[in-house]
Design a protein around this ligand. Structure first.
Ligand SMILES: *Cc1c(COP(=O)(O)O)cnc(C)c1O
Length: 385
């Protein structure tokens, strides 16, 4: 019989998400008093826009209804036209690929570097043709993509950079916030994300023309992609806590990696690049680890299922875009072997695990090691080498 396990199993002391702390509770109480939760317009969206602009140091922050439509709006802001090529990594969020199709462009898939969900810069350079209009670069699973290099390669060839910071709000990369390196950046406020209002997103840019195109596209005498006052209100107290929570998660993540040691569950995060310096601060929405190659996909699935039953919120990572879409829908640079490895072997740990205590993180490491022994060692219940 299948047991239904929620993100916050009672077995381990892992907080549920979102956290109903005082900041959020006060906002709800205040909204009940003043009725702002039910209005089309009010102070909350304006305040959030100002706060996001200041926090990121950008001229424009445009709120909208999801991270997915933020990416669509970024593409429309360029503007792309039918038949343009848009480059993205073969290991990326599935909606980014579909957005490229939605705007009638051709996705061009490039490989990642070996063992990390980070786009390969040489493949990026090789993929650019005179039909390339944009590249979408996502910061995934505790990694930060090398934006300085991406932007240099793109700028040299007249390609627009869309920086998907949905998984890393608040991260710092070479002294700038994630989402502010590209010509346009996107955030998600989805229910599991580090800043959440259940649904929602934002587009960040300092390009006045791009911002104007988004406004023209979304404002149709009525708002076509709105974020509500209620959503904006609950995001504000979370933004104030973001840096502190990111630092806590970082600390716990380092403890977890240390506790896992050489267990065979290898971190797929470039932690060396982000050790210490204030100008480089990662953020951990999902933390990526690699399991050994197995002869069938069940091994990884069962590893995750047993870990979840024990209360650890871990799942297989994304499916490679080249593995789930017909070849007719995209062009690819080469065979994408590294993205295939991520497709087969990556697992991702949800950030609530990193909001627990140091003691709980040790328990988590122990559970993951036990599951590993069971599934991936010759003496385990499912032992195959
Ligand atoms: C969550 C996410 C998005 C957008 O998600 P929505 O649920 O539409 O807000 C986009 N890109 C990445 C990498 C994400 O993780």
């Amino acid at each position: 019989m299948r047991v239904h396990i929620t993100e916050s199993s009672p077995i381990l002391n892992i907080p549920s998400w979102p956290i109903n702390d005082d900041g959020v509770r006060e906002v709800f109480a205040q909204m009940l008093e003043d009725g702002s939760w039910g209005r089309y317009h009010g102070p909350h969206c304006e305040t959030l826009v100002a706060a996001l602009r200041k926090y990121h140091g950008v001229d424009h922050a445009i709120l909208c209804s999801s991270g997915t439509c933020s990416v669509e709006l970024a593409l429309r802001a360029i503007p792309v036209t039918a038949g343009d090529e848009v480059i993205l990594a073969a290991y990326d969020f599935k909606a980014n690929f579909v957005n490229v199709l939605t705007t009638r462009c051709i996705p061009v898939l490039i490989d990642t570097v070996a063992d990390y969900p980070i786009p390969d810069l040489q493949q990026l350079a090789d993929a650019i043709t005179n039909r390339t209009r944009a590249v979408i670069v996502s910061h995934l699973h505790g990694n930060l993509a090398p934006m300085q290099e991406v932007c240099r390669i793109a700028a040299d060839r007249g390609v627009v950079v869309i920086e998907d910071a949905c998984q890393v709000p608040g991260a710092m990369l070479d002294g700038r916030r994630a989402g502010t390196w590209g010509n346009v950046g996107v955030l998600s406020f989805g229910g599991s994300k580090l800043l959440t209002s259940g649904r929602g997103g934002a587009v960040l840019t300092s390009d006045a023309q791009m911002a104007q195109r988004i406004r023209v596209y979304t404002q149709r005498g009525n708002e076509a992609y709105p974020l509500s006052e209620m959503q904006a209100a609950v995001l504000l107290p979370q933004l104030l806590q973001l840096d502190a929570r990111n630092a806590d998660r970082h600390q716990r993540l380092l403890e977890l990696v240390r506790a896992l040691g050489n267990s065979g569950i290898r971190p797929a995060m470039n932690l060396a690049d982000t050790a210490g310096a204030v100008s480089n601060q990662p953020a951990f929405y999902k933390s990526a680890f690699m399991l050994p190659q197995s002869d069938n996909d069940n091994q990884r699935k069962q590893f995750c299922e047993s870990a979840r039953i024990a209360g650890v919120p871990v799942d297989p990572g994304f499916s490679g875009l080249h593995r789930v879409h017909s070849r007719q829908r995209f062009r690819a640079v080469g065979d994408l072997p590294n993205a295939t490895q991520l497709h087969n072997r990556l697992i991702s740990l949800h950030h609530t695990a990193l909001l627990s205590s140091a003691e709980t993180v040790k328990q988590i490491a122990g559970i993951l090691q036990d599951c590993f022994e069971d599934r991936y060692t010759p003496g385990g219940v499912d032992g195959r080498v």
